[in-house]
Design a protein around this ligand. Structure first.
Ligand code: GAR
Length: 194
């Protein structure tokens, strides 16, 4: 197991598939003087991911790996991660499920953020399903990644009240704001706990 080092800046890779608002937020967090991470690499399975723009702006290396052949793609990624000595992976809106083999072979820590109060609403369309079920609360969760979808140990979870007039768009916006608060918090927490 490649341990994270509490005092040093931990070399981190962020995996994205889309907008990248969490990536943007993590980059901002990594630039704080006392931040425990340095973002050294961004991986996207989607060449059109808007989030890639932040890597150009902030001069962070990116690799687009299409995952058409998952086995080969994961092999390629593992090679890059090892070459760059990445110790922490933050999944941030990465819409692929990493294989058990990948998780084992990487050996470092992998975190994910999910827009629901796990274990409720794993998978896709979380806001829509929460609204359809007339939930009173929803929220977001940062958890360790295992080979089971959205199922690893929870690090931080925060909830928000669903108002009477909530729709998918307003709920998504509300929860994203919360995501941006808890992802850095969760990273600080796991590093402090080492
Ligand atoms: C976020 O809401 C994140 O929690 C979710 O995708 C969105 C990505 O937004 N992730 C998942 O649903 C993973 N299961 P972003 O690209 O703006 O960070």
């Amino acid at each position: 197991m490649k341990k994270l080092i509490g005092l040093d800046k931990n070399k981190t890779a962020v995996f994205i598939s889309g907008n990248g608002s969490n990536l943007r937020n993590l980059i901002k967090f990594s630039k704080n003087k006392n931040s425990p991470i340095i973002i050294d690499l961004v991986i996207s399975n989607n060449k059109n991911a808007k989030g890639l723009l932040y890597t150009y702006r902030k001069k962070i290396e990116n690799k687009v790996i299409n995952f058409r052949n998952q086995k080969l793609s994961e092999k390629k990624i593992l090679k890059i991660l090892s070459k760059k000595k990445i110790k922490l992976i933050c999944l941030a809106g990465f819409m692929k499920i990493l294989s058990k083999k990948f998780i084992q072979k990487f050996g470092g820590i992998i975190l994910n953020i999910h827009p629901s109060l796990l274990p409720k609403y794993k998978g896709l369309n979380t806001h829509k399903r929460a609204l359809l079920n007339n939930e009173k609360y929803s929220g977001c969760t940062v958890h360790y990644v295992t080979s089971k979808l959205d199922s690893g140990k929870i690090i931080i979870q925060k909830k928000v009240k669903i108002s009477k007039y909530e729709n998918e768009i307003t709920l998504k916006k509300k929860i994203l704001k919360l995501e941006h608060a808890i992802y850095p918090e969760a990273i600080k927490k796991i590093i402090a706990d080492l």
